[in-house]
Design a protein around this ligand. Structure first.
Ligand code: NIG
Ligand code: FE
Length: 390
């Protein structure tokens, strides 16, 4: 089957050096041919070949599907009351994670699967075509394994986050919990996990525990990612870089050394502005990272506690308004940046040979994603060349 998207007013390819827009590689008056689920050809609309099916983009913008490289979709219940308390002045400490752990353990598989399915569909409607999903609300062997098993039904980018917090039953023996994570829990997670992550933060896991967990996961074949420097300064970013992490996530409280170390590494700094929005905290300084030469990604962090949004367009708008990013930098970070954070060369880009994962906007330019915040601008989404239900 062949499908032509014709009359594209502005095509963001993320192939640097093509057309305009630097890293965005923008082509105008373009057409894009999909064959067998992949991009087969991109060129001027006037040279477009005849095809079985055709979508007339009518001058609108097309961009690569968003790559949401950080989410926690496997959970039960919500924490709306905790959010309301924060908006009345309570601080966010991560203490509510244990509330979600209790609800998640009590839920059956179908309920968890329904929640992941609902949030995944929500994300797709907003232009996300690749999503990473973490465990981390099971925190025992069986519930971490089933969280990952259910996540794997929706994505190949699954992350074992048994080290989210120390669960209540291990509160007075954290060393024993780390032993459980490094042994039986990791073994049960391995068939379903691609990545390992640790919440390295005061009140969660310190540098020694985080290093032990990440090292054993890495030796078992998992890629490394770290929740780092979210609530305060700490060792997470430098530990992640030392271990060759694909990404260190949050990066809200960084020292000059953290920024320098990141700039000299292949580790992506993934910023999660939904968390600062939803915890009413100061945003990370994306400008400082970009000016230092750090590769920046944007992701939703979708979870019921600190960031209950599945919307990448919302994160793009926040990054532009609150974090010093230009619209071009934010759109790149939400597509190609997310792909770098997952070490995926075939996502976040539109060129012949990659899966046809893309969005058609109800707007003439990607600029409108930040210019028209809160407006549902994603009019059509293709994943592997297949139109998704809108
Ligand atoms: O990335 N920081 C740790 N984990 C999540 C929050 C989880 C929760 O509050 O339930 C985050 O923000
Ligand atoms: Fe997170």
């Amino acid at each position: 089957m062949s499908l032509l998207i014709d009359n594209i007013g502005e095509l963001v390819t993320n192939v640097a050096g093509i057309g305009e827009g630097g890293p965005l590689g923008i082509r105008r008056k373009a057409a894009l041919l999909v064959e067998e689920g992949e991009v087969a050809w991109i060129g001027p609309a006037r040279y477009a070949p005849a095809t079985d099916h055709r979508i007339d983009a009518d001058g609108r913008a097309v961009l690569p599907g968003f790559v949401d490289s950080h989410s926690h979709l496997v959970f039960a219940g919500d924490r709306a009351a905790e959010f309301a308390a924060r908006m009345a002045g309570e601080p966010y400490t991560g203490g509510g994670i244990r509330t979600t752990v209790a609800a998640t353990r009590a839920a059956d598989d179908d309920r968890l699967r329904d929640t992941v399915g609902r949030l995944h569909a929500e994300a797709v409607r907003q232009g996300t075509t690749t999503i990473e999903i973490k465990s981390g609300y099971g925190l025992n062997v069986a519930d971490e394994a089933r969280s990952l098993r259910i996540a794997a039904e929706f994505t190949a980018e699954t992350t074992f986050l048994g080290a989210h917090v120390v669960p209540a039953e291990y509160a007075d023996r954290p060393d024993d919990y780390v032993g459980l994570v490094c042994g039986p829990m990791l073994r049960a997670a391995l068939p379903y996990a691609k990545w390992i992550d640790v919440f390295c933060e005061r009140g969660a896991f310190d540098a020694d525990h985080a290093r032990a967990i990440l090292t054993v996961g890495q030796a078992a074949g998992l890629g490394v990612r770290v929740h780092a420097n979210q609530l305060g300064p700490g060792p997470g970013v430098q530990l992640g870089v030392e271990l060759g992490a694909a990404s260190v996530d949050h990066c809200t409280h960084l020292s000059d050394v953290d920024v320098d170390v990141l700039a000299m590494s292949d580790t992506v700094a993934t910023l999660l502005p939904g968390a600062e929005f939803s915890t009413r905290s100061p945003y990370p300084d994306a400008r400082r990272l970009l000016d230092a030469g750090v590769t920046v990604a944007l992701a939703t962090d979708c979870n019921p506690g600190s960031s209950y949004t599945s919307s990448m367009p919302f994160c793009v708008a926040l990054a532009v308004r609150e974090m010093g990013m230009t619209p071009a930098e934010a759109v790149w970070a939400a597509t190609a940046g997310g792909a770098r954070a997952l070490r995926r060369a075939d996502a976040g880009v539109l060129r012949p040979g990659v899966p046809a994962d893309l969005s058609i906007l109800d707007a003439p330019s990607y600029l409108h994603l930040a210019y028209r915040p809160g407006v549902p601008l994603i009019s059509q989404v293709l994943h592997n060349g297949v139109p998704q239900c809108q």
